[in-house]
Write a protein that binds this ligand. Structure first.
Ligand code: PLP
Length: 385
């Protein structure tokens, strides 16, 4: 592949080997026969949905889980044959698309089922969602579940699974988690009276899957830790399995100059050189997801930390250099250079947010480069495809 597929000097690297390794680590601790849904919503947490889905499927995951129907359609239209579950809301009038594309939807409202029935031509596969304490989606009482199941008792519907979602599986205190588990079991007892065929029962996100692998039902939903990140600082400390981060972000110096003492940098002149000093320009800015809050943080050049100075612009920012580096010198914003590393967690701390948000916020303007065993295997440019 000689064509570069992109024409800028900033890119995300996704190590597909790490994704596979993280799935292998989960499989090592899960009891035999448990299914894994690879959670690839939000463009696989910013890593690239199709590429991650294919890597995960080649590692033996059972299916894919996304948040919205459009994400599922994109994967199906890319030729992916595995089961795809939409975990979020889909309008009842859109169910025919799901049937046509063989996509499994989530249901939790009796009225939704009534309306959807009019649009079903064929059989719609569904997972029932129960709310055991997350307070987001799902039926909340046994009675509500019974009414939903009665409404679903129709050849137009195939109940393929039932699931719930934990609110605190990544925390030290297990009280709420245990309560949710207990409530889920009560729902499952009701279900048994209405559905004779086996269902895929699942409740666990990354946190629950890696911390309590022996408590899993039939399947788990593996999201953040498939990408090599721990769901919380608590789980990171507990470190139930070793994880390899897949995501890194890089750029290059595209301009280098010497500022004289007293000269300023960027909008508002918030930085003024206190001595003669070298400054480099990096072609990445807040429109790429490298937001203004990163002013004052550091990037890696030649394995050393260099400070971001002045306001971050839409397309560029400046760094203070300890030397006159060549144009084209690699700059790492997230990832490793020599002995030094800037982790997604560090960057998330800087923004006072969680690691989940960081790869998600690196925008469509930044091309993704896929590697396996240090070799580039493919590239994706969202602008030119
Ligand atoms: C996003 C999501 C997951 C994945 O959670 P992680 O913490 O990333 O593993 C699982 N289940 C549901 C319902 C989700 O929305």
């Amino acid at each position: 592949m000689s064509s570069p597929y992109f024409y800028r000097d900033s890119w995300v690297e996704v190590d597909l080997q790490s994704i596979k390794r993280n799935i292998e680590q989960l499989k090592r601790i899960l009891p035999n026969g448990k299914k894994i849904f690879a959670v690839v919503k939000a463009n696989a947490y910013g890593h690239g949905d199709i590429q991650v889905a294919e890597a995960a499927l080649s590692s033996g995951v059972y299916g894919l889980a996304v948040a919205i129907l459009d994400e599922a359609i994109k994967l199906r239209d890319a030729g992916i044959k595995a089961p795809i579950l939409v975990m979020g809301w889909v309008r009842p009038e859109d169910v025919s698309v799901a049937i046509e594309k063989n996509i499994i939807l989530t249901t939790f409202q009796k009225e939704w089922v009534k309306t959807a029935k009019q649009y079903v031509n064929g059989t719609l596969s569904l997972h029932v969602k129960v709310d055991t304490g997350m307070g987001r989606l799902g039926v909340r009482s046994k009675n509500e579940l019974e009414e939903l199941l009665m409404e679903l008792n129709d050849k137009k519907f195939h109940i393929d699974g039932i699931f719930t979602h934990f609110a605190t599986a990544d925390e030290d205190n297990m009280t709420y988690y245990d309560k949710q588990k207990e409530k889920f079991n009560e729902f499952l007892n009701v279900l048994e009276q209405y559905v004779a065929h086996p269902l895929i029962v699942h409740s666990s996100n990354s946190a629950a899957s890696i911390r309590f692998p022996n408590q899993m039902q039939d399947a788990v939903r593996f999201g953040i830790s498939m990408y090599g990140l721990y769901p919380s600082p608590y789980v990171k400390e507990e470190k139930p399995i070793p994880l390899s981060p897949a995501f890194s972000l890089h750029s290059k110096l595209i301009h280098v100059k010497k500022l004289s003492k007293g000269e300023s940098v960027s909008y508002g002149c918030t930085y003024t050189a206190s001595e003669d000093e070298w400054v480099g320009t990096v072609p990445l800015g807040y429109a790429d997801g490298w937001v203004r809050k990163f002013q004052g943080s550091t990037v890696l050049i030649h394995g050393k930390r260099m400070a971001i100075i002045g306001r971050i612009c839409m397309d560029q920012f400046m760094v203070k250099l300890d030397n006159a580096y060549d144009i084209g010198t690699k700059v790492t914003l997230i990832g490793r250079q020599e002995e030094e590393e800037i982790s997604v967690d560090e960057v998330a701390d800087r923004l006072e947010t969680i690691n989940y948000e960081i790869p998600c916020q690196i925008s469509y303007r930044v091309p993704r480069v896929y590697k396996e065993n240090d070799q580039v295997v493919s590239r994706h440019n969202y602008l030119l495809c």
